[in-house]
Design a protein around this ligand. Structure first.
Ligand code: ATP
Ligand code: MG
Length: 261
């Protein structure tokens, strides 16, 4: 099960990713949580103890490892490097653990995005491809507002691309752009999650603006969640209203995946 979560900045991607990770973990599944946001905060949202959060090493900062694997030192400029570096051991070596969750932070991509041809981005891209093809675990990828970390080669491995939106034109436009890009690279399982919904009008507005999307969840605006975030606490399990809705999303994904086999 490979779930990628995207959407405009601030819509709730990390909240959704974190709660899904906890739900799968509590079910006894092995979870690989990947924080692809340079401003990494997935571990805290999941509820990792601070001592573990402090151990996180964003992969893009591991200059020596990247040099060892690609044959070129990041930032050195020019020269040749391997475009298929060995990455099999990276998750186990550099991931941090909590419950059944192994978490990796990818760090900051070089300017030009992951399409840029340099040792760091090549290393990260090879790693994400490798992780998407691993079996027997639930992978949850918390991305920025886009799908740069996914490419044609990995699109098929993504079972579900969750696009999170909130009531408001900007996040809806981002959702449309993401959907187009996702189709272009061959991701077909694209689902919409409405967040910060205050009343049925918000939900109706989103549905009317995005008629081509399949809406699989509608999460209420929740002051508990605002409070938890302000205090640096995980929304899981305290924010019952939102957690309850994400449980339903999980059930939907589980059954949809089972059907598609
Ligand atoms: N349903 C909700 N009700 C109230 N507040 C929410 C809800 N969902 C998310 N928030 C709040 O909105 C803010 C952004 O949420 P979150 O960090 O999950 O979004 P994000 O899409 O990951 O943001 P970024 O683009 O910065 O990574 C946080 O302060 C979070 O607590
Ligand atoms: Mg986030």
């Amino acid at each position: 099960m490979k779930i990628a979560v995207t959407g405009k900045g601030g819509v709730g991607k990390t909240t959704v990713s974190a709660i899904l990770a906890r739900l799968y973990s509590q079910q006894g599944r092995r979870v690989l949580a990947i924080d692809a946001d340079p401003d990494a905060n997935l571990a805290a949202a999941i509820g990792f103890p601070e001592s573990e959060v402090a151990k996180i090493q964003p992969l893009s900062t591991l200059t020596s490892l990247i040099e060892e694997r690609t044959g070129a030192r990041p930032g050195a400029g020019g020269g040749f490097f391997k475009i298929n570096p060995s990455v099999d051991d990276v998750a186990e070596r550099f991931g941090v653990r909590f419950e059944n969750i192994l978490l990796l932070a990818l760090g900051t991509p070089k300017p030009g995005g992951s399409g840029c041809y340099c040792p760091e981005n090549t290393f990260i891209k090879a790693l994400v491809t490798h992780l998407l093809l691993r079996q027997d675990e639930v992978l949850i990828l918390d991305m920025e507002a886009g799908i740069e970390h996914l490419g044609r080669g990995t699109a098929k491995a993504v079972n579900a691309l969750l696009v999170v939106v909130e009531p408001g034109h900007r996040s809806l436009q981002t959702a449309k752009d993401i959907r187009r890009l996702a189709f272009e690279i061959g991701i077909s399982q694209i689902f919409l999650v409405a967040n910060k919904v205050r009343h049925s009008k918000d939900r109706d507005f989103i549905v009317s603006q995005l008629p081509d999307f399949e809406l699989i969840g509608s999460l209420p605006f929740d002051w508990e969640l605002v409070e938890a975030d302000a205090q640096g606490r995980s929304p899981f399990p305290a924010c019952r209203a939102v957690v309850g809705e994400i449980e339903k999303i999980k059930l939907f994904l589980d059954s949809r995946l089972a059907i598609n086999g």
